[in-house]
Design a protein around this ligand. Structure first.
Ligand code: HEM
Length: 146
């Protein structure tokens, strides 16, 4: 994947505005509420019964930050996301057995949350660069699935 300077700047700008605590929690909450089958992977997280419970669940909040820190690994290694994510991909496929279609859904939830935070600053060009970044992340996470 080739990155233009403007794309790198756009992705950096999105990360610069990201409050990991609140964005991470809301992203994971939206995934679990909008796509309820994703709850099955988080059996150890306790009460995920409805949107209020999910939003208030401290394990969801903590894991939201973990996921965003995982994305930050991709940001810091933008020219080698595939290799950076090799072990994360293996974890999600072999150990967690997460259906890979769910990666896209999580990415979409994250994009929605970012849009609510950045509002008019989330311009079409910024969104385009951001979604290209997420597409590379999703494809790297799918790599170990065969
Ligand atoms: C764990 C990142 C998508 C389910 C993790 C961890 C990271 C991560 C960094 C911690 C790994 C470790 O402990 O070594 C990501 C990223 C994603 C993504 C960057 C997509 C952009 C998903 C999706 C699901 C999922 C879509 C399920 C629907 C899990 C589960 C764990 C986990 C169940 C273990 C949680 C625990 O018990 O602590 N993920 N993940 N992940 N992920 Fe993901």
């Amino acid at each position: 994947v080739q990155w233009k300077a403007e794309e790198r700047a756009a992705i950096q700008a999105v990360f610069a505005k990201l409050d990991y605590e609140s964005v991470g929690r809301e992203t994971l909450t939206r995934l679990l509420v909008v796509y309820p089958w994703t709850r099955r992977y988080f059996g150890g997280f306790g009460n995920l019964f409805n949107s209020e419970a999910i939003m208030a669940n401290p394990k969801v909040a903590a894991h939201g930050v973990v996921v965003l820190k995982g994305l930050e690994m991709a940001l810091k290694n933008m020219d080698d996301i595939k290799n950076t994510y090799a072990s994360l991909s293996e974890l999600h496929s072999e150990k967690l057995q997460v259906d890979p279609g769910n990666f896209q859904l999580l990415g979409d939830c994250l994009t929605v949350v970012i849009a609510t935070r950045m509002r008019s600053e989330f311009t079409p060009d910024i969104q385009a660069a951001w979604q290209k970044f997420l597409a590379v992340v999703v494809s790297a996470l799918r790599k170990q699935y065969n």
